[in-house]
Design a protein around this ligand. Structure first.
Ligand code: NG1
Ligand code: ZN
Length: 530
């Protein structure tokens, strides 16, 4: 190792100025933006080491997703476009919290333990969301990267999925797509247009929708989509960046509050979409003829996609294993529908897309969505090859080949690296168009159980530990028995509590048969953790 390589890492401007312990959680570091400066600097340093360790470009995204404006955060993206490897999350946490005096020695220790060849060149691809604090934090990260002589590609304002896309394209030398924003838009919109052909409307499907962009970076991307899809998809944009980020709008607000976001007009039976502040989550909703708010969340999207793929597999005669992955937050109504009506295998894993992604890799075609609208579909390379060859095989009937061709084309519409609100939306639009469905028909496929999510502030959220994909509380001892007792009073009742990985709160989830009971059930369970 070059003895002087870490010589300049001490930097007074980015020294650690507080003692708050910060953790690399479900979605990287996320907290108040004013305590993140040294963390960003240090993650700049770490991204260089990670790039050398993996011998590929690393992504660094500055965002706090659906959190309000005062927060910010950072996550690192591995070369294949996935979230940072779990063992490095601990390394990141340790590096973020070490005293300044031990920073250099910890970097040396990481390099030695991970066997990093420091002479390997490093590249870090950076993106950021629209928060006021993001440019300052960007500078901190840039100084970190440059201190260790890493190369930087600064993408400026991008959505989280766009960053993932560009990282994977860069590392696969363009075979996944062109590693530019232009390449991203062209890839998604070209295939969307070709699948849709000349029929803009089909059956009860019409091409008009209203989109709430949470006043986030997604609004910039949506404007690009509007340009590329003019005449094909009529997107009416709201919360386009002029208002407060994620404030009473965006996918998280709509999902948790089950209410219309600010500024979106209450028009009956119109298909509406909400994305979150960094555009990796999407949910649909509409106001019905009785002025009732109706939500179509990640579970709905997953079931729609699963039913479409199942249909294409059956029509084509392709034999591939389709599977769906959910978390404990998935509505019981959706799980019943998937198992009993669609008859597609369904797995439940712990919260956080990295867990869903890993499980989905076990299927030829793995569909995974969190109820909050974060998810995607992934295909095994062998499955892609089988589908491609099938479309070329002259012995299959035209109908079979047509279904296989649709499957082949739809793969290009999907951002397999990570949940992508815009790619997911184009996929939903494609399926609704193919089925000739309006949003009411989509919603009729099954009934959600009434459900409620609550946030509870406690002194130390980590006293709650869970097992069995977070559906069962291990500690505090006795809590689970009390939850069971309460739940047993409610028909089709289910409830669980877990500490959030992104906010300093405990989350309570409850569902049951009667909508008049659900608030009571949630409050009763929440009162156990106060
Ligand atoms: P936490 O705060 O750990 O519940 C939330 C979401 C996750 C995931 C992460 C990352 C819920 C209940 N939880 O995690 O699904 O999206 O944020 O953004 O929606
Ligand atoms: Zn997000």
């Amino acid at each position: 190792m070059e003895p002087n390589y870490f010589r300049d890492v001490a930097n007074a401007k980015y020294s650690k100025k507080h003692d708050e312990h910060i953790e690399y959680g479900t979605a990287g570091f996320r907290t108040k933006s004013n305590i993140l400066n040294h963390v960003l600097y240090r993650m700049g340093l770490l991204a260089v080491l990670r790039s050398k360790a993996k011998k590929g470009a690393i992504g660094l995204m500055i965002t706090a997703s659906h959190n309000l404006e005062p927060d910010n955060g950072i996550k690192l993206v591995d070369p294949a476009g996935e979230m940072l490897e779990v063992s490095w999350e601990t390394i990141a946490t340790n590096l973020a919290n070490v005293p300044d005096s031990e920073l250099a020695s910890m970097l040396i220790e990481i390099s030695t333990k991970e066997n990093i060849d420091l002479s390997v060149p490093a590249t870090v691809i950076i993106g950021r969301d629209t928060r006021i604090s993001s440019p300052i934090l960007l500078n901190a990260a840039l100084v970190g990267i440059k201190t260790l002589h890493g190369e930087v590609t600064d993408l400026g304002l991008v959505t989280t999925p766009q960053l993932h896309y560009i990282v994977v394209c860069t590392n696969t030398k363009g075979s996944y797509g062109d590693p530019t924003l232009q390449g991203y838009y062209l890839k998604l919109t070209a295939v969307f247009k070709s699948i849709r052909g000349n029929t803009i409307n089909n059956g009860n499907y019409t091409s008009t929708l209203m989109l709430d962009a949470a006043n986030g970076v997604g609004a910039i991307a949506v404007k690009e989509l509007q340009r590329h899809l003019e005449g094909m998809l009529d997107i009416k944009l709201f919360n386009d960046g002029c208002g407060d980020l994620n404030y009473m709008c965006g996918a998280d607000f709509v999902k948790v509050q089950q209410a219309l976001p600010l500024n979106v007009p209450s028009e009956r039976n119109v298909r509406c979409v909400s994305i979150d502040g960094d555009a990796d989550r999407v949910v649909y909703f509409y106001i019905d003829k009785n002025d009732k708010f109706c939500l179509l969340d990640g579970d709905r999207i997953a079931t729609l996609v699963a039913s479409y793929f199942k249909e294409l597999l059956e029509t084509s005669g392709l034999v591939l294993q389709l599977g769906l992955v959910q978390t404990a937050y998935a509505n019981g109504g959706s799980t019943d529908y998937i198992s009993n009506v669609l008859k597609v295998p369904v797995a439940c894993v712990q919260t956080g897309v990295k867990h869903l992604h890993k499980k989905a890799l076990e299927f030829d075609i793995g569909i995974y969505f969190e109820a909050n609208g974060h998810g995607t579909v992934i295909f095994k390379d062998t499955a892609k090859e089988i589908i491609k060859n099938y479309t070329k095989n002259k012995t299959h009937s035209a109908t079979k080949k047509e279904a296989a061709t649709k499957l082949r084309d739809v793969i290009d519409l999907i951002n397999e690296t990570v949940g992508d609100a815009l790619s997911d939306m184009l996929l939903v639009e494609t399926i609704l168009h193919a089925k000739g469905w309006n949003i009411i028909e989509w919603q009729k496929s099954y009934n959600d159980l009434p459900n409620k999510q609550l946030k509870v502030r406690v002194k130390d959220r980590n006293v709650i530990t869970t097992t069995n994909a977070e559906r069962y509380c291990l500690t505090p001892v006795g809590l689970q028995n009390k939850i069971d007792e309460i739940v047993s009073k409610y028909p089709r009742g289910r409830s669980f509590v877990r500490p959030s990985g992104t906010e300093d709160i405990v989350r309570v989830y409850a569902e049951c048969e009667n909508s008049s009971d659900v608030d009571k059930l949630a409050i009763e369970v929440a009162s156990l953790v106060y």
